[in-house]
Write a protein that binds this ligand. Structure first.
Ligand code: GSH
Length: 367
């Protein structure tokens, strides 16, 4: 081949490469967890664009909280039709901070797939539904995570009599998993990394996922460990199932708000921080009135609205945190009420301890 021809060939190959590089991005499929979500821009609801979320909520007279209705301990419908759970209590805490009443909340149950669209379309004011903070969700989904309320990790559940103990034992297995979750993506990553071949069987709801597992369609099912424990509690025979001793991911769960309203972000964030701070300072729903009447501690005074006008800085009344603790409780009370030793879950606090007890819960100062 002549030198001239070689140069010509090189130019053509380079040209093809450049065209391919420029056109490849738009053809890539969106990750499953973002499917169905509204785009990051242009999705702000008219109402929220014109008014602050706080004003919209106050005028409406109630908060609309996007929640789970299928996860005992976190977000679940009680026999009397009311919602209860760890996540639900953060909706109630927000309501208490805004209205001085924890029950000014409309709960909007959402599946994993629906939740981000509901938030970006303005159907809910806040999403508090065992939702994992990830970079993609924080950016592409036009939302912001305010804090982690529950540090979790993904696990795998199998029948006790299956003989499965490790990831390697799942070679050739079928695994039930819910779509629209981090779970689906982590499973693919971790199984590939471990070199284990498996077949994912994907469903839209927790009920469909666990029913398929219980009917034997899958050898295992996977979600956040909190979700495994939660759903196991409503199986006919919980003791016939076990969680493998592996953790596939980090799942920091917490409330998410829409981009574009910093005041609302601050409010939801400091509501969570007030529950951490209440525990750190030993202020509970039981002793809050006594503490308020007698405390000489300037930090406690700021928390309870006795000095510093902290609530007003958030656009709330100064008894915002008092109301959270009085009507809902501090973090420890919320945790124990739904997940602690007196519940069927009896989940050890683990990473979800206050930093003063060696955990990861650490609120910036209220000052
Ligand atoms: N934390 C993970 C998983 C959240 C999730 O949706 N988990 C399922 C598995 S139990 C669930 O809550 N399903 C309830 C439903 O959609 O009915 C995420 O944010 O993607």
């Amino acid at each position: 081949m002549s030198r001239k021809l070689l140069v010509l060939l090189a130019v053509v190959v380079l040209g093809v490469l450049i065209v391919a590089a420029c056109t490849s991005a738009p053809t890539a499929a969106p990750p499953a967890e973002t499917a169905g979500a509204a785009p990051a821009t242009g999705a702000e609801p008219q109402e929220a664009a014109a008014k602050s979320t706080l004003d919209v909520v106050k005028e409406r007279g109630k908060l609309i909280c996007g929640v789970n209705n299928a996860l005992p301990g976190f977000g679940f419908i009680q026999p009397d039709g009311s919602f209860a759970g760890f996540d639900i209590d953060f909706c109630r805490a927000l309501s208490a901070a805004i209205f001085g009443d924890p029950d000014k909340v409309e709960y909007r149950p959402l599946t994993a797939k629906e939740r981000f669209t509901a938030l970006s379309a303005g159907e809910i004011d806040v999403l508090i539904r065992n939702t994992t903070w990830t970079l993609t969700r924080d950016t592409e989904l036009a939302g912001n995570f305010v804090a982690t309320t529950f540090y979790d990790g993904q696990g795998i559940q199998v029948p006790v009599d299956s003989g499965i103990e490790t990831l390697q034992d799942l070679e050739g297995a079928s695994i039930c998993v819910q779509t629209g979750t981090t779970t689906e993506l982590n499973l693919a990553d971790q199984m590939a990394a471990a070199g284990v071949n498996y077949t994912p069987i994907v469903f839209e709801t927790a009920d469909d996922t666990t029913n398929a597992y219980l009917s034997g369609r899958c050898d295992a099912w996977t979600t956040d460990k909190s979700g495994l424990v939660s759903r196991q509690s409503i199986f006919d025979d919980p003791s016939a199932h076990k969680i493998l001793d592996v953790t596939l991911s980090k799942e920091p769960l917490g409330p998410m708000v829409r981009h574009g309203d910093d005041q609302w972000f601050d409010i939801v964030q400091w509501v969570v921080f007030a529950t951490f701070t209440g525990e750190e300072m030993g202020v509970t729903s039981q002793n809050v009135d006594d503490v308020k009447a007698t405390t000489q501690d300037p930090n406690v005074k700021k928390l309870l609205g006795l000095e510093g006008e902290m609530g007003q800085k958030l656009g709330l009344s100064d008894d915002w945190a008092y109301n959270i603790i009085k009507y809902v409780g501090n973090y420890e009370e919320i945790y124990n009420r739904h997940l602690g030793p007196d519940t069927v879950f009896n989940l050890p606090r683990g990473l979800n301890k206050s930093w003063v007890d060696g955990g990861l819960l650490y609120a910036p100062p209220i000052r």
